[in-house]
Design a protein around this ligand. Structure first.
Ligand SMILES: [Zn+2]
Length: 273
């Protein structure tokens, strides 16, 4: 596993005052502000970035993600940052601090519009505060496990392994069906508002539906158990598009994850369907 140090912020794991405050408060009564959740999420994501192979700036996957999402770093008033984990899993997640992490496996099967739709869904979880609730739950669990230790002395830092646990818990956290439906709606509106092909939302769910028939990844298991049926979600998206007069059967565009220098001329994808 190679770790790349490219990061916009300081790469060192160092607990900020906010996170320490969250920890102290958490032990007392688990009152957790949005700022606390964001601070703790940020620490946990930085730990995950250390433990996963992050695509560097010259990597084709990172270049593609930057091309697609560079302009959405302050989407809807949110402060977002993006990275690619070069792993085969079909997965993506977003956390309360606005960190979006996309796995290469997802980028291998989704074209630009479909990727925008999936990440739009993840951004929806941040915008709707689902991610904040998830880190709260994860933290609560971790703090409870460590309650005995934390009562003995002053808490200065969370260990890397605790941050790792919180990160994993965030990754595994299940949102309710209602939260999923709302994130789907957010995704559709995100596509529409930005002038992207809204039909890619339906298409991305159809891909996931097809995959879920055979796939074993935890992401897919999650999609099956907590997300409403992918086919149903595709259908709902189709209905929204039809109602808006925007429906047209979506045709997947070529997927290019190679860096531009290596790729033969990436096909234009601006075509409106
Ligand atoms: Zn979701």
């Amino acid at each position: 596993m190679s770790i790349c140090g490219i990061s916009e912020s300081n790469a060192q794991i160092k607990l900020g005052d906010k996170a320490v405050g969250a920890l102290e408060k958490g032990v007392k009564g688990f009152t957790f502000s949005d700022e606390d959740a964001a601070a703790l999420s940020k620490e946990a994501v930085e730990q995950m970035d250390k433990e996963n192979p992050v695509a560097d700036a010259k990597d084709g996957y990172a270049i593609r993600l930057e091309r697609l999402f560079g302009k959405h770093k302050s989407e809807n008033g949110l402060n977002l940052n993006y990275k690619v984990y070069k792993v085969k899993d079909v997965n993506a997640f977003a956390t309360a601090d606005g960190s979006v992490r996309v796995f290469a496996g997802l980028m291998d099967i989704m074209d630009d519009n479909e990727l925008l739709a999936v990440i739009g869904h993840e951004i929806g979880h941040v915008a709707n505060h689902d991610s904040r609730d998830a880190v709260k739950a994860a933290y609560k669990k971790e703090a409870l496990l460590d309650a005995a230790a934390s009562q003995s002395g002053t808490i200065a830092t969370l260990s890397d392994s605790q941050l790792g646990k919180i990160g994993n818990a965030m990754l595994d956290s299940k949102h309710s069906r209602k939260q999923e439906t709302q994130a789907d709606e957010y995704s559709y509106e995100f596509m529409k508002r930005n002038g992207y092909d809204v039909n890619a939302v339906e298409s991305s769910f159809n891909i996931l539906a097809k995959m879920s028939e055979g796939a074993q990844s935890s992401f897919m298991a999650k999609m099956m158990s907590s997300h409403p049926d992918s086919k149903d979600r595709a259908e709902k998206s189709k209905k929204r598009a039809t109602k808006d007069g925007l429906y047209k059967a979506y045709v997947q565009q070529p997927i290019v994850n190679a860096a531009p220098a290596a790729a033969k001329k990436a096909p234009a994808k601006k075509k409106k369907k």
